[in-house]
Design a protein around this ligand. Structure first.
Ligand SMILES: [Ca+2]
Ligand SMILES: [Ca+2]
Ligand SMILES: [Ca+2]
Length: 218
């Protein structure tokens, strides 16, 4: 292959493209990422289809717990019945790195402290900084909460019920049951797709931030 000098310069100048979370990422209540180039709805459908083992079109609590146990087995790499700090790091950096990006950048940029005060973020440069940090999602939505039904930034470590900095299989399955109850709004023991809340959607440039409507002081 022969590349002209301008083409080579272009390649050299191109920054490494970070894998964009994109519209096709869904993170299950227990933190398992599902990705689909066809979009978030397809990714969500893949989670439901996989967990709905009796194929009745709804998820029962035992189905959700069994699905959590299946995912747990993939996280407990050394199979000792405990997700230890190294396995947690693997989850956050390799299995679902998207949950970390916004949180790290948000911390660096002080997003968490900006709640209620968005001064200075309307100028184009600052706006792109804001978009990079938050992915365009509302403040208050962090990590996995941007791609899931429940606003839980790190769904795996937050299953550490006894706070020993590890997650046992029993803790993980118990937490899955608790999260099922949080989503089963009508308490019929079945989770249907229509019952699930809408997933968070990022704001885009076509949707102005609140303060962009305000007159600028001259
Ligand atoms: Ca079912
Ligand atoms: Ca382990
Ligand atoms: Ca624990």
């Amino acid at each position: 292959m022969f590349l002209t000098l301008p083409a080579l310069l272009l390649l050299a100048a191109a920054p490494p493209a970070p894998a964009p979370p994109g519209p096709g990422l869904f993170i299950s209540p227990m933190g398992e990422p599902f990705r689909s180039p066809a979009g978030q709805g397809e990714a969500l459908g893949a989670w439901i289809a996989g967990a709905d083992t009796d194929k009745d079109g709804a998820l029962s609590r035992p189905e959700v717990e069994a699905d959590a146990a299946r995912f747990y087995a993939t996280l407990d790499v050394d199979k000792n019945g405990e997700i230890d700090p190294a396995e947690l790091t693997r989850y956050e950096s390799e299995v679902a790195p998207e949950i970390q990006l916004g949180r790290q950048m948000g911390n660096v940029l002080g997003i968490g402290r900006r709640r209620g005060g968005d001064k200075g973020w309307g100028k184009d440069g600052r706006r792109s900084e804001w978009e990079r940090a938050t992915g365009g999602y509302d403040e208050g939505l962090e990590g996995a909460g941007r791609y899931s039904f429940l606003n839980i930034p790190e769904p795996v470590i937050s299953a550490d019920l006894d706070l020993n900095r590890g997650v046992s299989r029993a803790e993980f399955v118990q937490t899955a049951g608790q999260r099922f109850l949080m989503l089963d709004k009508n308490r019929d023991g079945r989770l249907t797709r229509g019952e699930l809340p809408p997933l968070p959607q990022p704001r885009t440039r076509s949707v102005p931030l609140k303060h962009e409507n305000r007159p600028h002081p001259s």
